[in-house]
Design a protein around this ligand. Structure first.
Ligand code: GDP
Length: 478
């Protein structure tokens, strides 16, 4: 019997070890308190320091969130263009939507961690579909920036050349004078310049600390670089005694699918996954390869799955498996923009019996063909699939893909990661077992704040950090 059919007989902790706050209306966001019925119980426990930090944050959010008196007062600083060193205002970090869903989920969690570390309030770009995808994470007061926010129409034009960007100001010596701006834009995308990278230095953090509004755009999981800022180190160690669980906990705390997405998830789970003895997830993400590479990608997937004993071998010599008694059932959930890999693998298990008699069913919820970020139904499906992958027992993901990073980290699963599919490269081994639940930071700053020069010495000076197995330039916590 699966516990999902009898939730009451398996008392699990619906607040996830105290990670989630109580007091939300349950029906308006079913996933928040139902997720524990589907996912495995947390293997790691959130620290009591993290739990009290979250409760403190929630109180701050309630005090400073949209349309509170303090919010209105701080918005006026933007309108008047002036900064007063008035301590009765709140400080904010505004997350600007950018890039695909996996990237957005990672950068949003990172912005939240930055807010926790700097006593800022996190507000979210309302132009993204986010409110259709995720429930409000904080009790009582919304995390969405109100659409009447004064400079909202400038968000899409913010880039590293914007006069409001911190990097631009440093380049043009604007920060030297004593006037503190009421807002700044932080460009933390993969193409950032040396001056943008100063964000990751303590002296610059001291300057930023005085600015009430920070707007951040990124397409990267820059959490590892926050661990390299000395003034954050102690706090981060207290929040996360186990370094390899940062996104796992922040993700489980922040991201609760809305009821419409939860419907997609739970119906699919009940129909295709719940009854299986074993659930295997395979996420295929192919970045810019020609169609002619289809066979080669397929071979890499199958080589990984069989080498790591994730999928049973098929018997090409017998028409029927001779098994006695109850046979083990394996459900394979595949996700990809294309349906070809799935069709091929499904047919393989239809046309041949398995060597050891298991029954393998293979399925894929959608094949969207192209990325269509910010189309509502497309994003909903993407989120549902990420979430379904996180509910499997064993997971294979694709190197370099933030879609896969989010799935395994939310699920608390150490995945097998396929080396990035690359023109003309046959990877042997085809995949590797991840060392931690953490996503990879693809474009670290590699800047030495003391010497004020570029430096790639980061890994040797930082404990619990290493280069990513799927991206040797990247950094990840473990
Ligand atoms: P990344 O590009 O793999 O790092 O992941 P992102 O999530 O940031 O961007 C890829 C986007 O393409 C996703 O957000 C989806 O919109 C779409 N996409 C890619 N793979 C899949 C898939 O397997 N299923 C679905 N439904 N969408 C996908």
């Amino acid at each position: 019997e699966k516990d999902i059919l009898q939730p009451l007989t398996v008392p699990k902790d619906k607040l996830l070890g105290g990670l989630l706050p109580t007091g939300f209306d349950e029906t308006s966001c079913l996933s928040r308190y139902e997720s524990h019925l589907y996912s495995k119980s947390l293997q790691h426990k959130p620290s009591s320091y993290l739990i009290s930090g979250l409760r403190r944050y929630e109180a701050l959010h309630k005090q400073c969130g949209p349309y509170t008196e303090l919010y209105n007062r701080t918005v006026n600083l933007i309108k008047s263009g002036e900064y007063s060193s008035d301590s009765s205002v709140c400080n904010y970090v505004v997350w600007i939507s950018y890039s695909g869903l996996g990237n957005r989920i990672l950068t949003l969690a990172t912005a939240f961690l930055y807010a926790l570390l700097t006593n800022r309030v996190l507000l979210v770009d309302p132009r993204a579909n986010l409110h259709n995808l995720f429930c409000e994470p904080f009790p009582e007061v919304s995390w969405l920036l109100p659409p009447d926010f004064p400079i909202i129409d400038q968000f899409s034009s913010f880039n590293k050349k914007s006069p409001h960007s911190y990097g631009y100001m440093v380049r043009n010596n604007v920060t030297g004078n004593s006037r503190i701006p009421s807002f700044l834009y932080l460009h933390l995308c993969h193409d950032f310049d040396v001056q943008d990278k100063l964000f990751f230095c303590d002296t610059d953090q001291t300057i930023l600390h005085k600015v009430p509004w920070l707007f951040v755009k990124s397409n990267n999981y820059y959490v590892p670089a926050l661990f390299l800022i000395p003034s954050f180190e102690q706090e981060l160690n207290n929040l996360f005694p186990e370094k390899g669980t940062v996104f796992h906990f922040l993700g489980r705390y922040l991201f609760h699918p809305t009821n419409s997405v939860w419907g997609l998830i739970t119906r699919y789970y009940q129909a295709y996954l719940a009854q299986a003895d074993e659930k295997i997830g395979i996420q295929i993400r192919v970045f810019s390869l020609g169609v002619s590479n289809f066979k080669y990608v397929l071979n890499q997937i199958l080589a990984c799955a069989t080498k790591e004993n994730l999928l049973p071998k098929v018997n090409l010599n017998e028409p029927v498996a001779n098994s006695s008694g109850k046979t083990k059932t394996i459900s394979v959930l595949m996700t990809s923009l294309s349906s070809r890999y799935f069709e091929e693998i499904r047919n393989m298990y239809w046309q041949n019996p398995t060597v050891t008699g298991e029954i393998v069913s293979v399925f894929q919820p959608s094949h969207e063909e192209h990325q269509q970020t910010e189309k509502l139904m497309h994003d909903r499906k993407a989120l549902a699939e990420i979430y379904l992958l996180s509910l499997t027992d064993k997971l294979v993901t694709s190197g370099w893909s933030t879609f896969g990073y989010v799935a395994y980290s939310l699920g608390g699963l150490k995945p097998w990661i396929l080396y990035k599919f690359q023109e003309g490269t046959v990877h042997n081994p085809p995949c590797f077992r991840a060392t931690s639940l953490e996503p990879c930071y693809h474009s670290p700053p590699y800047y030495d704040c003391k010497k004020k020069t570029a430096s790639n010495n980061t890994v040797s000076i930082a404990p619990h950090m290493r280069h990513c197995e799927d991206n040797s330039w990247g950094l990840k916590l473990f």
